[in-house]
Unconditional design. Sequence first.
Length: 129
Amino acid sequence: MTGSARKKIGDLGEDFAARHLERAGYEVIARNSRTRSGEIDIVAAGDDCLVFCEVKTRIARTLAGAASPVLAIGSEKQHKLRRLAAEWLARNGGSLPRRPQDVRFDAIGVAVTASGGLVALEHLEDAFR
């Protein structure tokens, strides 16, 4: 799969994830937020909690990658997301409408068809610390 095809699939998964979060009552504050060290897929707020979300998207019924997209979020990626979240908070925390009581790291796995239809979405709240 080419880089542009991979990005297209990733963007599609993030669209599904953002809509899922909004339907669940979260406010999506930022998408694809870049810091010095990388990119945070989604930052959302809900119930006095700020959520940093990693989204992994896979095409269903292919042999590539983990059986569940969220299993592809290993310890190295978790560590990086914690570092990115600290950078994001240092840069943007003062502009939040109210200070969150808690910060959480969620993982959302999205499986889509080759034509872009949603097959499955798995949302793991508080997926790692």
